[in-house]
Design a protein around this ligand. Structure first.
Ligand SMILES: [Cu+2]
Length: 136
C-alpha cells in the first residue's frame, strides 16, 4: 500500500512553479520602475535628454515638486546648453549650465515654485527650448 499522502511537486509542475515565481519577481521589478512614471508628471527628479536632430529637449516640458531636481543629459554629438530664459518666477535664481559636451549631464535643483523657461544657446534660433513647472 502506498501511504504517501503528502503532496509533492511533480516534475511536470516544477517548470510552471518556477515560471510563476519568476513572473512575480519580474512584475514587482517592473512595477517599481514603471509606477513613478504613472504617478503623474510631478516627480522629485526627472531627466531631460538633449538631442541633435532635431535640436531639442526631450521632453520639452516637465513638472516637478518644489525642491526637486532636473537632470539634463546631452545624448547628442553637438554642444548644448541649459540656459534660463527670463522672466523667472519672483525670487528664483537664474541658471546656466554653460556649454555641455556630448555625454555630459547637468543637474539643477528648483527651490522656488513657478514656471521656468529655458533654452539652448547654440540652438536657440532652431527653437531648442524647454519649460520646467515647479509645483508647491
Ligand atoms: Cu542645443
Amino acid at each position: 500500500m502506498n501511504y504517501n499522502t503528502g503532496r509533492t511537486v511533480s516534475p511536470l509542475e516544477r517548470p510552471r512553479l518556477l515560471a510563476i515565481i519568476l513572473s512575480v519577481l519580474v512584475l514587482s521589478f517592473v512595477a517599481r520602475i514603471a509606477l513613478p512614471a504613472f504617478a503623474g508628471q510631478t516627480n522629485s527628479a526627472v531627466v531631460v535628454k538633449m538631442t541633435d536632430v532635431p535640436a531639442a529637449f526631450v521632453p520639452a516640458k516637465v513638472a516637478i515638486k518644489v525642491g526637486g531636481e532636473v537632470d539634463w543629459e546631452n545624448t547628442g554629438h553637438n554642444m548644448h546648453s541649459v540656459t534660463a530664459n527670463p522672466p523667472l518666477p519672483p525670487g528664483a535664481e537664474s541658471f546656466d549650465s554653460g556649454f555641455m559636451a556630448p555625454g555630459a549631464t547637468w543637474t539643477h535643483k528648483f527651490t522656488v515654485p513657478g514656471t521656468y523657461h529655458y533654452l539652448c544657446i547654440p540652438h536657440a534660433n532652431s527653437g531648442m527650448a524647454g519649460e520646467v513647472v515647479v509645483k508647491k
